[in-house]
Design a binder for this molecule. Sequence first.
Ligand SMILES: *Cc1c(COP(=O)(O)O)cnc(C)c1O
Length: 348
Amino acid sequence: MTAFTAPLRLRLDGGALVNNWRWLQRSSGAAACGAAIKADGYGAGAIEVMGRLMNAGCRDFFVSNWAEAALLEPLLEDGVSLAVLHGVRSEDMEVALTSKARPVLSTSSQIARWKAAGGGVCDVMVDTGMNRLGLDWRGDVAAEIEGLHVDALLSHLASADEDTGLSRIQLDRFGALKASVSAPRYSLANSAGICLGQAYAFDLTRPGLALYGGVPRAEAQAGIAQVVFPQAQILQRRHVPAGDSVGYNAIYVAERDMEIAVLNIGYADGYLRGFSNRGMVKAGDVALPVVGRVSMDLIAVDVTAFPSLAEGDWLDIDYALPDAAALSGLSQYELLTGLGARFDRLWD
Ligand SMILES: *Cc1c(COP(=O)(O)O)cnc(C)c1O
């Protein structure tokens, strides 16, 4: 064991993660509820997330690529599937053919490759209007996938977090696909799609964001709780006389004598410059404003009202995702996946 501890950490609430999954499962009705754990479990840590959700009963996991799958394969229990959303490039075939994970095939050349290699069980992605990955819904999907051993036929919603007509159009297109293409399971909804109602759930849902405390739509507000709590240590406390500036480019000028604490977190940790002069740090229930520009590895906060806060103390960064997104101009997804490698990740 290393004796190093980092001066910044993520407190991760494993109970909240599981409760969020259960809420999404209930909201999925009769459909199974899977979990998107790509990008290292949206920054939380894919191994820890997968273990906890498997214990809770989750049986379907999704990552983006084969390196992510290789990390998680040793955890796979019988009856649990791990699907690789980006399919198989020719460079992936050697790994993919011996992997316990399965590809989600998106193109005719991926399908040809998988068939020629006798690849076994796979999923197939059909694009129903996002124009991202997948076979075109207008094509003859049944003919294109003939001869494959398909488990789930997937599509992905482009705008489920907004009230636009597109979700309904994609739902209708996917419903028509279900009628014309036979597969054991059909799957359409991400976190926001689950909030649109059980018509969107089909046989399997694929939430990511909401598992980790993201609130994609108002419907999820009451059911979803924060999972990821960044904390940073005070490296220095200092007096700033009225008229002095704080940090790079002097974008904050003290109007009165004040006290600041300099914390060990910065944009290289994912705490980006959108929080400059806007972010909030908490001492108990009291919010301390970030003053000045976020540095690569440091921020300063106003602690004038807290004489007892000292070098070595830990403070909570206010990271309730909907609020932090509104403050910073970043999406809730970016706030999670940007969290860097320098945090100690501590689960409770
Ligand atoms: C990332 C992803 C998801 C999860 O989406 P969220 O919006 O995070 O719930 C589901 N399906 C696919 C295809 C994805 O790429």
